[in-house]
Design a protein around this ligand. Structure first.
Ligand code: MN
Length: 201
């Protein structure tokens, strides 16, 4: 069978984000969950128009289509997870942003402390599985949350950073303490340098 969709390599070693995210969590989250979305999409798209389509196009063309929900869910989860890994860095991650984003967080989101509180609240209050996002939409920064596989890229907003708040993202390391996971990722791992690059792209 054709396997047009592939699991992108992690941008760092599986223990690089430890102790915030352990190698054990990464082994399951990247090695099992993320990989399974790729395997499922290859099975579901085989022999369809989607098999030869770029991943982002698969997401945009299947979003909101009840007949294609399986393809959408797996395609969006591939994209969301790759973006999550690329939202974090083991090198000088977390804390206050620099550059253009620092100024935009002041002007659009009420300053870093309010941003941090609001971003964490979006992540903590996402009921059930989902994602918290910092996006640029119509030239302004905004904080969003989405359920399950839903992703801002099916609409017009440009994602800058995300945090996965499915239980599989934190349960091995934090059990039910989602807030501890979210706040530690914000403090230690967010890749503001990449987010600034995305803003300019
Ligand atoms: Mn996940």
């Amino acid at each position: 069978m054709a396997t047009p969709f592939t699991l992108p390599p992690l941008p760092y070693a599986d223990d690089a984000l430890s102790p915030v995210i352990s190698a054990n969590t990464m082994g399951f989250h990247y090695g099992k969950h993320h990989k399974t979305y790729v395997d499922n999409l290859n099975k579901l798209s085989e022999g369809t128009e989607f098999a030869a389509m770029p991943l982002v196009d698969v997401i945009k063309k299947t979003a909101g289509n009840a007949d294609k929900v399986g393809i959408f869910n797996n395609a969006a989860q591939i994209w969301n997870h790759t973006f999550f890994w690329e939202s974090m860095t083991p090198k000088s991650g977390g804390g206050k942003p620099t550059g253009k984003l620092a100024a935009l967080i002041d002007s659009d989101l009420g300053g870093y402390d309010k941003f941090k509180s609001d971003f964490a609240q979006a992540a903590i209050t996402q009921f059930g599985s989902g994602w918290a996002w910092l996006v640029s939409d119509n030239g302004k920064l905004a904080i969003r949350k989405t359920g399950n596989a839903e992703t801002p890229i099916s609409g017009s907003a440009k994602p800058l950073l995300t945090i996965d708040v499915w239980e599989h993202a934190y349960y091995l390391d934090y059990q039910n303490r989602r807030a501890d996971f979210v706040n530690t990722v914000i403090d230690k791992l967010l890749d503001w340098s990449r987010a600034n690059e995305r803003l300019g792209a």
